[in-house]
Design a protein around this ligand. Sequence first.
Ligand code: DP6
Length: 327
Amino acid sequence: MTATARFATAVAHPNIAFIKYWGNRDDELRLPASSSLSMNLGSLYTRTTVQFDPSRQEDDLLLNGEPASPDQKHRVSEFLDLVRTMAAIQLKASVSSESNFPSGAGIASSSSAFAALALAACAAAGLQLEEPSLSRLARRGSGSAARSVPSGFVVWQAADLDDESFAVSIAPPEHWSLVDCIAIVNEGHKAVGSTEGHKLAATSPLQAARLAGAPQRLDFCQKAIMDRNFSSFADLVELDCHLMHAVMMTSRPPLQYWLPASLAIMDAVRTWRKAGLSVCYTLDAGPNVHVLCPASDAETLLARLQEIPGVIRVLRANPGGRARLLD
Ligand code: DP6
């Protein structure tokens, strides 16, 4: 690399997990305890610019135009160290990142953030990685970011070795026109972040049972997606969500992410489904509810969700593509 500043900009979508990642077999390497399955969220994105700059003494991070907290800067600097080692450079970087959705509230903002950062930082450092290697690298920043690198519907394989745990696309976005209507009931940052939460998973007596059934749930969910079988998909997605939240609630200390409005939405979804609407829900580590349906039912669903007391607004996302460089 020359002594001049080098920069690149990348865009990545967050993803929603249908079969969840909760708990690591190796926290340092972010090797997950079980494989997971997700869909990228097309209308939501993080756009990140990285500039390696010979005149910088330390890394700098702007999030949505504001200086980031020391903890956020530290996490990004540690991640950039991985890229610097791979590229054999020592230059410090300025990073500027913007998202068009609330962060830290269960919309997996770290997934799009670290996928975009991985791609932009590699390009700025002159590295060209194949998709599996980029997914592995993004995983080191945030586990779910591994799944925001490939396109559409994605499986992230659990493995004991660093070079075997990456995500691959199982179907492109156009395979199934599912819609995720994200009912926002709280825009704030969650009290306990996922990184801390993963470390508590093994303290729940339910985690072993959750993990024992995870490979089968993933296989069945993948089949439901390939067959576009909504009713089987709905059963598996809600079961897997409940299992993860049962582990969260029974870990020591317990984690409880739901708000009264989250429960009201879950209740309404079950009622609508009984009445014939193709709809189901899932929640990540936060109170906002991802309500899934085929595109044909999305308008009806959006209107109904907006009526529920406590719903601040509803975001809508179709299946999204892979992380990509701009320019
Ligand atoms: C509940 O990927 O955010 O959203 O690796 O510590 O950054 P870190 O955790 P993160 O965990 C995501 C947890 C989840 C479920 C999922 O997305 O699979």
